[in-house]
Design a protein around this ligand. Structure first.
Ligand code: GLU
Length: 589
């Protein structure tokens, strides 16, 4: 269980903490990643976040209130994955009219960014040089997204939903091994910067010790400003400090890296908006699957792969056959994603064509009983758009895995929220905004910054392509499943695998979330977890020509299933990233 020992600290409960109890609820700090009951439900990677959101539901808040509450707490306890310095995508199903909508609060490139901003002497910067710089920072969208979600679909104020996070940031929580390791992973860069070192390192320059209390009063101050002033607290009051951090990176004289300055301005922050967008939609086995549209490739790529797979009776096939088809479907869907998905304000994304049954049939017809050698070329979705324009140029499939976190929430009224948000790499761009206690994102490295012609090239005012895939599945108009995951571009294959496991193979949601994973993204080798490579299917897939490389973990998903009859199941990742936390409003089997 991931809570990582994050008990809220109050001096009077230190003894309780030592006895393994929380300050807030008197519950032990570990618990099952699965919960069943009735009313609302919450699943996140962290117990404090899940607890805070569940408490909001019990007080009568709706799923949007609870999701923002959890997100704010995650900004405190998962500072290397998410926070006010980043951005995200929220998919919301409204109880009232049953409508599904999305709030795009993706980070945005400052106006002065250019297609060659990450090139030096005509050559793209190495990834780490691009990442650990002011150049990689997109204008953060998180605070605007929270405000937009609450104002349009919540019932509580920012001040109300930020209160638990402010309390935890002030009181502190106990550092566990995962937190320590996440600092250690970034140590070589974190120790270049006074503000980052002060927050995350001990005076001797090593990561804050496991078992000690981590407090972040400066982040509490950031949240308090936002609670009092709304988004202006961030986009006006904190903005000059963000601009300063980005444009004039403050480094120790002893720094062993060059931190290139960025070009963000106050105007970039002042003009940030979090637009509401239509979700992507496909039908699958009679269900309605809603996801996040461009600038995320999540909804379109999961949707295209499902459309391809719908042509097979997966329930009647062997596990190995299902795997083969799933890997091939995602191979072709990724070829199309890489060619056609970018910020729709800058590139005419052929979304209708990509999600059409006709295009899926064309892509399906390429699948044989052997693994196709990758990269496969993109298809041509334009005829299915009613347009004859030529396909765009294919980009490299992203293979990096970063940070990010996902929140699933439902309430008793029928609202549902699927929310993924991030600061991109684990630790973002490494810069803590001095005095404000949060890390900045490096989201602009999600642009195809190695190319000046790719649809996903860097441009001022543009949002980089994402893979985040917050998903909501409806049956007969009512919520059935909420699911999502972190994991870079492996988010897409993780969500696809869970949906196929649950919907076609009847695997219970907790087992689908826990299952060993493999991820094919139009690269010659499929990336797989060690446990997957030990399965008999892996061997059989090799005989069909699939080639595997391995990575320790793929994704760390969570989800909620409405079981019918008023019952609800919340399921968090049990092991990966230390495991997550699931709760329901009214427990009971
Ligand atoms: N920045 C990535 C995206 O938007 C998410 C980062 C991750 O999950 O590793 O797709």
């Amino acid at each position: 269980m991931r809570n990582r020992g994050r008990w809220v600290l109050a001096a009077l409960v230190v003894s309780l903490m030592l006895a393994g109890a929380t300050a807030a609820g008197g519950q032990v700090a570990t618990g099952p990643p699965t919960a069943v009951g009735s009313g609302g439900a919450v699943a996140t990677i962290d117990r404090l976040a899940t607890e805070a959101a569940t408490a909001v539901l019990r007080r009568g808040g709706n799923a949007v209130d609870a999701a923002v509450t959890a997100a704010a707490v995650l900004g405190v306890v998962e500072p290397f994955s998410c926070g006010p310095g980043g951005g995200g995508f929220m998919v919301i199903r409204r109880a009232g009219d049953g409508r599904v909508t999305t709030i795009d609060h993706r980070e945005t490139a400052p106006a002065a960014m250019r297609p060659d901003s990450f090139l030096e002497s005509g050559q793209p910067l190495p990834f780490n040089d691009a990442r650990f710089s002011g150049l990689s920072v997109g204008v953060p969208g998180t605070v605007a997204g929270w405000a937009e979600a609450l104002e349009s679909y919540g019932t509580m104020s920012l001040a109300q939903v930020l209160e638990p996070a402010i309390r935890i940031a002030t009181g502190g929580f106990v550092i566990d091994q995962v937190f320590f390791d996440q600092i250690r992973q970034n140590l070589d860069y974190f120790d270049d910067l006074p503000a980052t070192a002060r927050l995350f390192l001990d005076p001797d320059g090593t990561p804050r010790d496991v078992g000690t209390v981590f407090r972040n009063p400066e982040l509490a101050r950031t949240y308090t400003l936002i609670a009092r002033l709304g988004p202006a607290g961030f986009y006006r009051v904190i903005a000059p400090f963000i601009v300063d951090a980005v444009r004039r990176p403050l480094v120790f004289p002893s720094a062993n890296h060059r931190w290139r300055p960025g070009v963000m301005t106050l105007a970039d922050l002042a003009r940030y908006v979090a637009p509401e967008r239509a979700p992507t939609h496909v039908t699958y086995r009679g269900l309605d699957v809603y996801g996040m549209g461009p600038p995320s490739s999540g909804g379109s790529t999961v949707g295209e792969a499902l459309n391809i797979l719908e042509g097979y009776d997966l329930a009647a096939l062997s596990t190995e056959e299902v795997w083969h088809l799933m890997l091939e479907a995602s191979r072709y869907a990724f070829a199309d994603r890489n060619a056609y998905i970018a910020d729709p304000a800058f590139f005419p994304v052929p979304l209708r064509g990509l999600l059409s049954d006709g295009f899926a049939a064309q892509r399906r017809s390429l699948i044989t009983d052997r693994a196709a050698p990758s990269p496969v070329p993109p298809g041509n979705p334009y005829p299915f758009e009613g347009s004859g324009s030529a396909p765009g140029q294919a980009a490299d499939a992203a293979t990096r895995s970063g940070s990010t976190t996902h929140i699933s929430v439902t309430d008793g009224a029928g609202n549902a929220v699927s929310y993924t948000f991030t600061i991109e790499s684990l630790g973002g761009n490494g810069m803590v905004v001095p005095g404000f206690g949060f890390l900045l994102n490096n989201e602009l490295t999600d642009f195809t910054f190695t190319s000046t012609t790719d649809p996903n090239r860097v441009e001022g005012g543009k949002r980089p392509r994402s893979s985040m895939a917050p998903t909501i599945v409806l049956r007969d108009g009512a919520p059935l499943l909420v699911v999502g995951s972190p994991g870079g571009s492996m988010i897409i294959t993780t969500v696809l695998q869970i949906l196929v496991d649950r919907l076609d193979r009847g695997t219970p949601l907790p087992a689908a979330i826990a299952a060993p994973r493999a991820s094919q993204r139009n690269t010659p080798a499929t990336v797989a977890e060690p446990a997957f490579l030990l399965t008999p299917e892996a061997e059989a897939l090799r005989r069909r020509g699939h080639v595997f490389t391995t990575t320790p973990e793929i994704g760390a998903a969570n989800g909620i299933e409405l079981l019918g009859g008023g019952r609800v199941l919340a399921a968090a990742e049990p092991v990966r990233r230390g495991g997550g936390s699931a709760m329901v409003e009214s427990p009971g089997s």
